[in-house]
Design a protein around this ligand. Structure first.
Ligand code: G6P
Length: 362
């Protein structure tokens, strides 16, 4: 309950929750370690994952965006096919299911009605389910067969921040432990890599002024803003656009870099802000090509890249982390830019108009 959680010296819960991300990441590492410091999850869950032929992730909003990244984690590390669905669409457009599906519900609150209604449906069909949630004892947690907790502490601001990175960390651990149970060699130590992520998050939270500058420079008066990226950066761009629309009311869209030419580029006008993420080596040249295309049509590009891939005009260079885990850190600049944009535009950061923290109606 908001009244029980103090903002302390913070002007807004959102800023406090953004700053909590390094700590939450460390808490999650601890919570999922056994006495030998190995990552572990409930044996029943592992059993169910090893029995499944396909995972279906069901979620809404920010949790859906976490699911898109989670699919890559699970497919790349554990080698299990994954589909990600928006809960509301799934109900009336249920895809043909595999023989032995496992459903994963991602929900910060554990109360979202759209996701609950899918859970009711798939339980009737007799399928297994796992809820990844921040709230122990929440409806989705009680109704599913298994639960993995986010350990993020209460999230009060309507715009989700620390729950998103916590969802990514837990999904990475889930994928990693599953991979280990299948005897797969991944060639990296996730505990160590997540530790590096936490340290990098701290560095980003200490760079707030830079992000305030970006917000002022690009977003003080604009009507719209685009986020582009390829591969994992595309998914983070979707989340960045959602954050910006939720709290600053700027019309924002996230696009896959390769899709620009199929329509969106028509929207680029003189001065249109385009935030481009460039953290993935395999698509670095292509995304930079997209930046040139929009710049040639008058856009005002803001490139956020990662150490090792940076170029001269980049506006911000993220510290280097494991390439698969970049969404855990590349989202932080986008959260902070949205926060400062909302602030500059005199918006109610923690309680944006028309939105609720948890939506318990379909
Ligand atoms: C609401 C919130 C969003 C959230 C979504 C899903 O729309 O405003 O921030 O992402 O619900 O919530 P959940 O609790 O299921 O993650």
């Amino acid at each position: 309950d908001a009244s029980d959680i103090e903002k302390g010296t913070y002007p807004h819960y959102m800023l406090k929750e953004i700053d909590e991300q390094p700590l939450v990441t460390r808490k999650i590492i601890q919570a999922y370690q056994n006495d030998n410091n190995e990552l572990t999850i409930d044996a029943d869950i592992i059993q169910s994952v090893n029995d499944t032929d396909r995972i279906y992730i069901i979620a809404c909003g920010t949790s859906y965006h976490a699911g898109l990244v989670g699919k890559q984690f699970i497919e790349n590390m554990a080698g299990i096919p994954v589909e990600v669905h928006v809960a509301s669409e799934f109900s009336y457009n249920m895809p043909l299911l595999s023989e032995k599906p496992l459903f994963i519900f991602i929900s910060q609150s554990g109360e979202t009605a759209d996701s609950r209604s899918v859970l009711v449906q798939v339980k009737e069909l007799g399928h297994r389910s796992l809820t990844i949630t921040n709230v122990q004892g929440s409806t989705l947690s009680r109704e599913a067969d298994y639960t993995l907790l986010l350990h993020a502490g209460p999230e009060i601001a309507v715009a989700s921040t620390k729950a998103y990175t916590a969802q990514l960390a837990v999904l990475a651990i889930f994928a990693n432990v599953t991979a280990a149970s299948k005897g797969k060699e991944l060639g990296f130590d996730l505990v160590q890599e997540l530790g590096i992520v936490a340290t990098s998050m701290e560095a980003l939270c200490d760079s707030k002024e830079g992000f305030e500058d970006i917000a002022r420079e690009y977003l003080a008066t604009t009507r719209n803003c685009f986020f582009i990226g390829r591969s994992l950066d595309y998914y983070v761009g979707l989340e960045g656009a959602l954050k910006l629309k939720e709290i600053s009311y700027i019309q924002a869209e996230g696009f896959a870099g390769g899709e620009l030419k199929h329509g969106t580029i028509a929207l680029i006008e003189e001065g249109t802000p385009v935030v481009a993420l460039a953290t993935q080596e395999s698509v670095n040249l292509s995304i930079r090509g997209n930046v040139k295309e929009v710049a040639a049509r008058g856009a005002n590009p803001c490139i956020i890249s990662m150490k090792g891939l940076e170029e001269e005009d980049d506006r911000f260079v993220l510290p280097e982390v494991n390439e698969m885990l970049t969404p855990l850190i590349s989202v932080i600049p986008l959260q902070l830019i949205s926060y400062y944009a909302a602030l500059h535009r005199d918006c109610d950061v923690d309680k944006p108009r028309n939105l609720a923290k948890s939506v318990t109606v379909e």
